[in-house]
Design a protein around this ligand. Structure first.
Ligand code: ADP
Ligand code: ZN
Ligand code: ZN
Length: 724
């Protein structure tokens, strides 16, 4: 039997490995080129991985080649391959994920062309009399005369010029459409405004980054308000002047438009963003602008780590401890880690900036594998406010705020300032219960209580989004003594509105659902009139509110007491981020209400001594061989019964494992039932990565072959950050 040339195609299907397709043409498309292939009854867009020969008689052929040149640069392709291996995720799905939606769907990898209408040479000589009997053409002619550089159809429409009139002018040879060349704004000077005068610590950091040659990883460890952004801005200037691109990852652009604004203001080079708020077309155009080197600063959320770059010079990860950098479903990668890999391959510096570095990053700095740059003071002479601990058990019954806190808020707004009450719980009250029999409203589909949303007057599950009506009588004993317990943002807002003469601005997911609502609220806050803000963690990150002088923090205890080993670290990070919003441009004060005022870790965090807290936590991690000292991977499984989920994982747990790998479980997940499914997990731990990955590979093989796998949904999470 004769062999034929075939292409190995990576397809977006949940199975490892590539698929062979005949490709009779020559030369064969290179790695990273998109093709269309038949797959079962569907047609899929896949990516060429390589070439080989096959004698298998029933191979299908590639139906179309979609790109003249590969959409993936070799470097980006290699990054995807490495990520697929490391996270044990199918290559085809990783490649698919890395592409903008329009390219995934098979669209052209071409920037959109802006077309405009203008008058032709002949059109400019047409007199008004010539069109006196066609008023619409007359009007169109006039508008085009006033805009010699041309107008898009949309703009013409807005000026009441419709296409029939334009087409008529074109047919007479008086008007035409042309394509606008959007060349890069070429300017010798990259700075649009002078930099601030950096202080001593900032200067050291800036120079260290500027002087770095080749791959150099930095931890920029600077307290909130210490001017990390100014360091990024000055460190990147020489790169931009040398014609290089800078990639900046941020947690959530929608929440921090100011950050993007600061980059745009400082530099006279094209700044492009990549985030979920863009249309597919905008995203593709921005992606192409980065690939073609037209965009010089690319700011994006985690998936932007997969942006192709023509001429990369520096990668910056802002708020590098932030959990949004880890994707929590599907392809579970960590953009922070990929940023470091990528910088290494590209042989360029990478800067991870944070006021509260992740323990993983901190340990790399301690081991001198990262250069540790410290900014210990606020840039603006302001003292960092200490956190005052208040004993919340002294609160009057059913009052979320201690009298002392309420008084401080009153005083704050009386002085013409703003106060923030932080509570990481939306809705009116987190619980509804019967006073006679103790019944509580629970979600039928999850192991969780329902939150009362008073504005909509329903009970909602924050885990599966299911809703119920508020019962007027106890479903268990019939009593009408149904009460709420605890408080969320809605109730606090109401309480504060009743006791204060100033506006209360609520910022949480429910109160910012409508488009533009968040922006307009943030704008009001920045205008600086006295007000009280009530917010969830949406308000914790990155915001700079000049008039915010007081922060009152409620209910952070759960994190510090959590069974998840990352609980205290994440709680401390959040606490210090929130506290950092206070007193940015004046005297600030932070009050922390807690029911555990003596808790050791909470006290350490409140003292503002994150390094001491981190040391204590790192010591615990070392003893327990947890990250960063040990490495973890988690198999999660969901099924219609707990028995099925456990049995499937039990089968995996019986597989032979490599030396040095510990298999823990299976055990039911901390939240055993969620959205109607039962959940269990199997944890793998090892001090070395190699045996862990070997074992994972074996378990994955077993999982795919197991008949039990058909009755469950399962996945593996490498370096999980959420153990729930
Ligand atoms: P971080 O990102 O570390 O929280 P920012 O970069 O937002 O801090 O800086 C906080 C504030 O300090 C900003 O208003 C910024 O303009 C100001 N700032 C930063 N560096 C300087 C400096 N060298 N001189 C004066 N103001 C500065
Ligand atoms: Zn009852
Ligand atoms: Zn639920």
């Amino acid at each position: 039997m004769s062999t034929k040339p075939v292409l190995q195609i990576a397809l977006p299907v949940p199975l490892p490995g590539c698929y062979d397709y005949l490709y009779p043409g020559s030369p064969a498309p290179a790695q990273g080129t998109r093709v269309q292939v038949p797959f079962g009854r569907r047609t899929l867009v896949g990516v060429v991985h390589g070439q080989t020969q096959s004698d298998y008689p029933k191979l299908k052929a590639v139906s179309a080649v979609l790109d003249d040149t590969p959409v993936f640069t070799a470097e980006l392709y290699a990054l995807c391959e490495r990520a697929a291996r490391y996270y044990h995720h199918p290559l085809g799905e990783v490649l698919n994920y890395a592409l903008p939606a329009l390219l995934r769907q098979g669209g052209d990898a071409q920037p959109s062309q802006e077309k405009r209408w203008r008058l032709t040479e002949r059109g400019t000589h047409v007199s008004d009399e010539q069109v006196s009997r066609a008023p619409r053409q007359h009007q169109a002619l006039q508008v085009l005369r006033e805009h010699p550089k041309g107008l898009s159809s949309a703009m013409l429409n807005a000026l009441d010029v419709a296409s029939p009139a334009l087409n008529a002018l074109r047919d007479k040879g008086w008007a035409e459409q042309f394509v606008v060349e959007n060349g890069p704004g070429i300017s010798k000077e990259v700075l649009a405004e002078p930099p601030l005068a950096a202080n001593g610590e900032q200067q050291q950091a800036i120079h260290a980054i500027q002087d770095a040659e080749g791959f150099t990883p930095f931890l920029l460890d600077g307290v909130t308000g210490s001017g990390k952004t100014e360091v990024y801005l000055q460190a990147m200037a020489p790169q931009l002047a040398a014609g290089k691109q800078v990639l900046v990852l941020v947690p959530e652009i929608g929440l921090t438009p100011q950050t993007v604004q600061r980059f745009r203001q400082r530099f006279a080079v094209p700044v492009t963003t990549l985030h979920s708020g863009l249309t597919d077309r905008e995203r593709l155009d921005n992606w192409l602008a980065a690939r073609d080197g037209k965009a010089r600063i690319i700011i994006g959320t985690r998936s932007a780590i997969f942006t192709p770059l023509a001429n990369p010079g520096l990668i910056i990860v802002d708020e590098a401890h932030d959990s949004s950098l880890k994707q929590q479903d599907g392809f579970r990668y960590h953009a922070r880690d990929l940023a470091t890999w990528r910088a290494k391959t590209l042989n360029i510096p990478v800067v991870l900036g944070s006021a509260t570095p992740a323990l993983e990053t901190l340990q790399l700095a301690r081991d001198q594998r990262f250069h540790w740059l410290k900014l210990s003071r606020r840039a603006t002479e302001q003292q960092r406010p200490g956190i005052e601990i208040l004993d919340a058990t002294l609160a009057p019954p059913n009052q979320p705020l201690l009298p002392l806190s309420l008084q401080a808020i009153k005083q704050c707004v009386d002085n013409g300032n703003q106060a923030l009450v932080f509570i990481n719980r939306r809705g009116y009250a987190p619980m509804i219960l019967c006073q006679d029999c103790g019944w509580q409203a629970e979600c039928k589909r999850c192991d969780s209580f329902l939150t009362w949303h008073r504005a909509e007057n329903n009970l909602r599950c924050h885990h599966c989004d299911s809703q119920q009506r508020v019962p007027s009588r106890c479903p268990s004993c019939g009593s009408s003594a149904i009460h709420e317990a605890g408080s969320g943002t809605e109730k606090l807002t109401e309480l504060l509105e009743q006791s204060l003469p100033v506006p209360v601005i609520r910022i949480d997911r429910d109160a910012t659902r409508r488009k533009g609502e968040l922006d307009s609220k943030l704008k009001t806050i920045r205008q600086g009139d006295p007000a009280v803000l009530v917010g969830t963690q949406m308000l914790a990150k990155g915001h700079h509110f000049p008039k915010l002088a007081l922060v009152v923090i409620l209910d952070m205890d759960a994190g510090f007491l959590s069974a998840d080993f990352r609980g205290p670290e994440q709680a401390a990070q959040l606490l210090l981020q929130v506290a950092g919003r206070s007193g940015r441009e004046g005297q600030g004060r932070v009050l922390l209400q807690t029911r555990h005022p003596d808790h050791h870790l909470l006290q350490l965090a409140a003292s503002g001594d994150y390094p001491a807290l981190a040391s204590a936590l790192l010591e615990e991690r070392r003893m327990a061989a947890l990250p960063p000292f040990g490495h973890l991977a988690l198999f999660r499984c969901e099924a219609m019964t707990l028995g099925k989920a456990m049995a499937f994982l039990q089968e995996l747990a019986q597989q032979p494992v490599a030396d040095g790998v510990n298999v823990l479980g299976p055990v039911p997940a901390p939240m055993e039932k969620r959205a109607g499914r039962y959940r269990a997990q199997l944890l793998l731990q090892a001090n070395q990565r190699a045996p862990l990955h070997q074992t994972l590979e074996r378990l994955l093989d077993a999982a795919r072959q197991s008949p039990q796998s058909r009755q469950c949904r399962w996945h593996v999470d490498v370096d999980p950050i959420d153990m729930l």
